[in-house]
Write a new protein. Structure first.
Length: 139
């Protein structure tokens, strides 16, 4: 009887832990962290010395902004915000902040189309500054 009780308790504990792991990511969404990470990668892009590196970090910026279901998300590129939520735009509930982030995502997509390192790094610096102005929206 005792063996069954221990085994039963282990299974209950396992089930509870599995439920916590399987909890929706949105429950742990942190738009402020996603914005901060996006800004950090825009800064990496602004400091890049090659177009490939500048584009790589802008892809990271965009992935953090739009999340896996968003316009321009590139699954072939890293998503440094994957453990922070579903993307800053979907995780932001403040309408004004969401509108600003959508504008920044649009600027990021435009910068990604550029083939000039000077243009990309200049745009990336502006994107980083704009992200800094968005602040910490409600999530």
């Amino acid at each position: 009887m005792m063996k069954f009780r221990v085994l039963k308790n282990n299974w209950v504990g396992f089930a509870l832990c599995a439920g916590l792991v399987a909890a929706p990511l949105a429950a742990h969404a942190d738009a402020a962290s996603e914005i901060s990470t996006a800004a950090q990668h825009a800064g990496f892009s602004a400091a890049a010395t090659s177009l490939a590196v500048a584009h790589t970090h802008l892809h990271h910026t965009l992935n953090c902004l739009v999340g896996p279901g968003g316009r321009g998300f590139d699954a072939k590129q890293a998503n440094p915000c994957s453990s922070q939520g579903n993307g800053a735009i979907p995780d932001t509930t403040d309408a004004a902040a969401k509108k600003s982030l959508e504008h920044i995502a649009s600027r990021t997509r435009a910068a990604l189309r550029s083939t000039s390192l000077a243009t990309v790094t200049k745009d990336a610096a502006a994107i980083q500054a704009e992200l800094g102005k968005v602040g910490a929206p409600a999530s």
